[in-house]
Design a protein around this ligand. Structure first.
Ligand SMILES: [Zn+2]
Ligand SMILES: [Zn+2]
Length: 300
């Protein structure tokens, strides 16, 4: 009789620099965006990486953001929306006529050149929503927005339950948080914290592609460490206020099942995997409402 070993596949490498960034920002070069690039530079002055992703066109901001890791890309904006970060064909306007096969092909070509693609606001019931089936039929897209900061529709833009359905169907896709910034009031609501080996475009893209990041509205993780069948979630420190704060941590697995919950004053949480979880992902909230949402760790 052998000892049954649980194999955990974690995207977290736990070395490098934590860098903050947003991949979904509109400027006045989109019809619906109100602000100039210098205004956006002010709003996101302390972010490490940014992508200005206007609707169906590339906006070049290199002169305005000299100190940032800046990506080129756009939001393909047919009846469904999809971000392409560093697509290989950015000289031409994208054909935004939606079909799963066509969008998937654009995502596949972007990934083949080292770029990153994201399903936008899939749960937005006022328009441009993606169905569960459409997400499954675009397997080359690497991320989906699980939290959109477009505050007009905040009640429609939380995609966490949809993400659990997609993950539970066996589709491995990373959760992404973006402001979808159009005008003042939408900036800095939700972002991505990647752990990159250095502060360069290649290293940030590598972390995004590999899922070595979490989604944040202000709180998060110092590390997520796997040791055998155990996962140690080390919550964000670096301020006495984080250490003092009351916290709420929930782990979710296959079917959106709650695997574990803990509330109180604590700085880390260890979970012992049994092997039947499918995947394990964490949401941690701090008093005041700030959150960190981890990527799934897959259970094999
Ligand atoms: Zn959109
Ligand atoms: Zn947008």
């Amino acid at each position: 009789m052998g000892v049954y070993m649980v194999h955990l596949l974690s995207p977290y490498v736990n070395q490098g620099l934590w860098l903050r960034g947003s991949l979904h920002i509109h400027s006045k070069f989109s019809k619906c965006g109100l602000h100039s690039l210098p205004e956006i530079a002010l709003a996101y002055r302390d972010y490490d990486f940014l992508a200005i992703t206007d609707h169906d066109c590339v906006t070049n901001g290199e002169a305005v953001f000299p100190d940032k890791v800046l990506f080129q890309g756009y939001e393909v904006s047919g009846s469904r929306h999809m971000l392409l970060i560093e697509p290989p064909f950015r000289e031409e306007l994208p054909d935004n006529c939606f079909s799963c096969a066509h969008y998937n092909d654009m995502a596949r070509r972007t990934a083949a050149c080292g770029g990153f693609s994201v399903i936008n606001h899939p749960a937005r019931i006022s328009g441009q929503a993606w169905s569960f089936e459409e997400i499954l039929q675009t397997p080359s897209v690497q991320g989906m927005e699980i939290y959109s900061g477009d505050g007009i529709h905040i009640e429609e833009d939380i995609g966490l339950r949809l993400w659990d359905r997609v993950l539970s169907a066996g589709r491995r896709i990373w959760g992404v948080g973006n402001d979808d910034f159009h005008h003042w009031g939408q900036e800095r609501r939700v972002w991505n914290v990647v752990q990159a080996r250095e502060r360069t475009p290649d290293a940030v893209l590598e972390a995004l592609r590999g899922g070595n990041f979490y989604v944040s509205t202000g709180y998060g993780f110092d590390a997520i460490e796997v040791d055998g069948s155990d996962i140690l979630f080390r919550l964000k420190s670096g301020s006495p206020l984080f250490a003092e704060a009351y916290k709420y941590l929930t782990l979710f697995g296959q079917g959106g099942k709650v695997l574990a919950e803990k509330t109180g004053y604590f700085q880390e949480f260890c979970y012992h995997a049994c092997g039947d979880e499918g995947y394990i992902r964490a949401e941690v909230y701090m008093s005041g409402g700030y959150c960190g949402i981890s990527q799934p760790i897959f259970v094999a």
